[in-house]
Design a protein around this ligand. Structure first.
Ligand SMILES: Nc1ncnc2c1ncn2[C@@H]1O[C@H](COP(=O)(O)OP(=O)(O)OP(=O)(O)O)[C@@H](O)[C@H]1O
Ligand SMILES: [Mg+2]
Length: 472
């Protein structure tokens, strides 16, 4: 074993004691007695793991953890806390520390935590990059969800994640997978985006020649997720026919590819998500009750942002920093009153809306310290885009309305129809705050059809949303 571990505590005796235990187990130990020294050493020496005391003078454990992450140090950090600061340690774990240990440390407890951290880091390295998406939140309503997620992660129990649009259903599904022992694959299927004729082959695969267009064998998502997690997103939009097949696959743990007679056994953990009220769907005979009970062994309801308002400033900071980084701006921060203003708004699109808004603010203002005035400017829409440059204008930019476009210059009926249809879809998307389910609903068309149209007309919902924001 040659993992290198950095031990940080202002009490030298403790550092020495931990170092001795670790050295005996064959780990290489680095030591620091102050937060800032720890950061310096971590950046320079790139240890595989940091063990960090919470209570230290000048720069405490939380600040050190924050600084380490800021500097791009992504390896696991184990927090050590005294009896009085367990709460802080728990918070540190929420903010991305791997684990925490309470003083007095036991030799076994320490070694187990270290082994877990090192093993997880090694296993996690190659998995999907999205899994590293940091999950942010300290509000009790959210912490409650994270606790449940962590507790159920190592089991194979199916989980049904419910909650409004943009509340983080997908990110928590990935989090559960990340904390499970199923390190293999996280395979996602968006049940609403796949047309009904194709979903069976998508889920169970098909053999060559089983239908027109099946030019070679195809592995379905169930098999692709064997040993891992299958995430059935927007499960409420799955047709009754497909529901019956999925139910069978889950019950019997076997799948039969389209056009084949040979059952294949699969071992997958199912996490499903929906923003529909499945009880209602069952009532109206659109969702099978037996499938519901199979999927809903554990229900995790994601709180909407209005139920966890205290997280808005924290998230705003995180999103500003992240989007600054993507745009070549270092250490982007929002002033307190800028965050205060953001916290006062409503976010019908929940975390996604907040994230998009903050990204817009960062991109448009191009500053590393964002003031309340900068936020106001974007909220009031006092800007315009010309030649790819953002300009502040005193007038609201009015998006072109259908009547302003000279439709009679168009000759072909098809082009006319397409142009109108495109505008119509964009308009409906705006009305629903870019919620695809709702848009499909008011347009009275299946979601899969809406997805097709979005592709056909090259409508990028995320981009539109970022441009218009949610002006509800
Ligand atoms: N706790 C969180 N910390 C950081 N980012 C978050 C958090 N929750 C959500 N996000 C971000 O917000 C966006 C929306 O999250 P996600 O896609 O998980 O929501 P959803 O509930 O699946 O939405 P939908 O119902 O529209 O499918 C993503 O960009 C995600 O990374
Ligand atoms: Mg989702």
């Amino acid at each position: 074993m040659s993992e290198r571990i950095l031990v940080v505590d202002d009490e030298r005796d403790i550092v020495e004691a931990i170092a001795d235990i670790l050295a005996l187990e064959g780990y290489a130990v680095l030591k620091a007695y102050r937060g800032y020294d720890a950061v310096k050493t971590a950046v320079k020496e790139k240890p595989d793991l940091v063990i960090l005391d919470v209570k230290m003078p000048i720069m405490d454990g939380m600040d050190t953890l924050h600084e380490l992450r800021q500097k791009g140090f992504e390896k696991p950090v184990i927090i050590i806390s005294g009896h009085g600061d367990v709460k802080t340690a728990v918070e540190a774990v929420r903010l991305g520390a791997f684990d925490f240990l309470e003083k007095p440390l036991s030799r076994n407890g320490l070694l187990i935590a270290v082994q877990n951290a090192v093993a997880t880091a090694a296993e996690q390295a190659p998995i999907e990059p999205d899994a590293q998406d940091q999950i942010i939140g300290r509000d009790p309503a959210f912490i409650q969800c994270l606790r449940v997620a962590e507790r159920i992660a190592p089991t194979t129990a199916p989980v049904l994640i419910t909650g409004d649009t943009g509340t983080g259903k997908e990110i928590i599904a990935r989090y559960i997978h990340g904390h499970s022992k199923r390190k293999k694959h996280f395979v996602e299927v968006n049940c609403a985006a796949i047309p009904d004729e194709l979903i069976e082959s998508e889920l169970f695969g098909h053999v060559k020649g089983s239908f027109t267009g099946a030019i070679s064998d195809k592995t379905g998502k169930f098999l692709a997720a064997d040993g891992g997690t299958l995430f059935l997103d927007e499960i409420g939009d799955m047709s009754l026919k497909t529901q019956a097949k999925v139910l069978r696959a889950i019950q019997e743990k076997i799948i039969i590819p389209v056009g084949s007679n040979t059952p294949v056994s699969v071992n997958v953990r199912i996490i499903s998500a929906t923003n529909k009220d499945l009880a209602q769907e069952i009532e109206e005979n659109r969702f099978r009750e037996d499938l519901f009970y199979r999927l809903n062994v554990i229900e995790l309801r994601m709180p909407s942002l209005s139920e966890r308002k205290s997280d808005i400033p924290l998230m705003a900071d995180h999103f500003a920093m992240a989007s600054g980084k993507e745009n070549g701006l270092k250490h982007v921060q929002l002033t307190e009153d800028a965050k205060g203003l953001l916290a006062k708004r409503d976010y019908p699109g929940n975390v996604r809306e907040l994230k998009n808004l903050v990204e817009r603010i960062v991109v448009i203002s191009q500053k590393s310290s964002i003031s309340m005035e900068d936020v106001k400017m974007i909220l009031d829409n006092r800007f315009d885009i010309k030649d790819g440059e953002f300009l502040e204008t005193s007038n609201l930019p009015v998006p072109p309305s259908p009547s302003e476009i000279d439709f009679f210059k168009i000759n072909s009926l098809k082009e006319f129809r397409d142009r109108i249809e495109r505008l119509f879809i964009i308009e409906k998307l705006k009305q629903t705050a870019f919620n695809i389910s709702k848009t499909a609903e008011i347009m009275e068309t299946p979601r899969s059809n809406l997805y097709k149209k979005l592709e056909q007309y090259d409508i990028d919902v995320k981009e539109l949303e970022a441009y218009y924001g949610k002006q509800t």
